[in-house]
Design a protein around this ligand. Sequence first.
Ligand SMILES: [Zn+2]
Length: 79
Amino acid sequence: MGKGNKGKIDNLGRIVIPKTIRDALDVKHNDEVSMTVEKGNLVISKGYKTCSLCNTKEVTTQISDKLLCEKCISEIKNL
Ligand SMILES: [Zn+2]
């Protein structure tokens, strides 16, 4: 996978994850994945990411490599 696989995003924003990458991640049809931006790159991870503070799945914001939900962000704002 040194060179990386190429893909195109279709008009609905979808992209096909090549089979070699799905096999490497061990993800199958209907598996849940989460997408985050890390250093300008799209990172697709197995499973759902959760809020770094309260572990809810309703993650709305990413700061550095930490994911935060709306509730925790408003709590931080009110500190
Ligand atoms: Zn939270």
